[in-house]
Ligand binder design. Structure first.
Ligand code: ACO
Length: 346
């Protein structure tokens, strides 16, 4: 199995690989509170018609004041572990993809405590809307090398925390949510068929929630930075252009590395940014819309949570079955983008 990868961004054949990866469970958190487009139209100058036509979004879920990344991420993780017929103490590693942690030092350890995964190592990954795919790939490397057997990857974001509720260009897009999957060592097959990951920091200004500070003198020769994080700002047109170009490209490359074609994909699960992006990618790949997973109308864009929530909904409704080939692609701030082609189940 040990062969060199053929490009910096791809991972069709992992160097040093000893074991395979199986995808054995999914889960998500239930957020009761809904914010509809009509309700938003009372907050900013917009309409259900404008939002639905441009984005496909009809409503989004918003965390209650008592909710947190810890509680919602924990709920998603616990549901995924239960679906995999495991217990929290079976888990060796928890990787949390989030841009909105409860604690800037990381919330993965809080989730570890929340679910009682007392043996697990836990850490956060920040890669915005690419975060879940990047975390899934990271988790797979630990399994392939034999370091860990059971890994939970959580994607959880409360983007309502970073939303400027007076900016109609962005506030209509986002929602809160959490989803998770369980990966396990397999000695018989490797169900992560390929992956690609990319970053382009030259486009960072297109989409960010940057730290803004004032320089505050502390002593004669030391000045410290005092400030806080800005809400999300976005150049919507640039991000749209980026997504519809890069996402089909990264999926085509991943399929090539997996020795598959578009016809082999059972389900295309893209980051749920915008229905128009999903439609444009599907059109370019020539994949029929009935194989494109979309829950945008109900959830909006939930950042790192969007792919695992969609995946879990399709698994629990019986649409995704064991052995189905899934093509996942995350893309967003960084800018960053990536894809993973995998076979669901053991
Ligand atoms: N309601 C009503 N009017 C609006 C709204 C709104 N919510 N938002 C913007 N407008 C107005 C603008 O003010 C502008 O009016 P003006 O011409 O009088 O100034 C007009 O609509 C057009 O504004 P644009 O920003 O150019 O709108 P656009 O057609 O580009 O659509 C959108 C905006 C939907 C965000 C689009 O750019 C897009 O799909 N971008 C992709 C980015 C994306 O999906 N980001 C998600 C987050 S990032 C990620 O997850 C990857």
């Amino acid at each position: 199995m040990a062969q060199q990868t053929d490009s910096a961004g791809s991972g069709s054949e992992a160097f040093g690989q000893r074991f395979g990866v199986a995808f054995v469970g999914s889960g998500s958190a239930k957020l009761e509170t809904v914010l509809t487009n009509e309700q938003l139209a009372k907050v900013v100058d917009t309409s259900d018609e404008w939002i639905a036509t441009r984005t496909g979004i009809r409503q989004r879920h918003i965390a209650n004041p008592g909710d947190s990344i810890r509680s919602l991420g924990g709920e998603a993780a616990a549901n995924a572990i239960a679906q995999a017929n495991l217990t929290p103490t079976d888990v060796d590693l928890i990787i949390l993809a989030t841009s909105t942690p409860d604690d800037l030092f990381g919330s993965a350890c809080q989730i570890q405590h929340e679910i009682g995964a007392s043996r697990a190592i836990a850490f956060d990954i920040t890669a915005a809307c690419s975060g879940f795919v990047f975390a899934l790939v990271t988790a797979s490397q630990f399994i392939r090398t034999g370091a860990y057997k059971t890994v939970v990857v959580v994607g959880a974001d409360l983007l309502s925390r970073l939303t400027d509720w007076s900016d109609r260009r962005t506030c209509v897009l986002f929602g809160d949510g959490a989803g998770a999957i369980v990966l396990q060592r397999s000695e018989s097959s490797d169900n992560l068929l390929s992956f690609e990951m990319h970053s382009d920091g030259t486009l960072n200004d297109c989409l960010n929630a940057s730290y803004q500070h004032e320089s505050t003198p502390l002593t004669e020769n030391v000045t410290v930075q005092k400030g806080s994080f800005n809400p999300v700002t976005m150049n919507g047109r640039e991000v749209y252009r980026f997504a519809v170009n890069r996402v089909p490209e990264v999926l085509e490359k991943s399929l090539f590395h997996a020795n598959l074609t578009v016809d082999d994909i059972d389900w295309l699960i893209l980051h749920q940014a915008n229905q128009r992006i999903l439609d444009a990618v599907a059109k370019r790949l020539k994949i029929s819309s009935d194989r494109v997973v979309s829950n945008m109308a109900e959830h909006g864009n939930t950042d790192a949570a969007s792919i695992p929530i969609a995946l879990d909904e399709w698994v629990r409704s019986g649409k995704i079955k064991t052995g189905d080939v899934l093509a996942l692609s995350g893309f967003g701030a960084g800018l960053s983008w990536g894809a993973a082609i995998l076979k669901w189940g053991k």
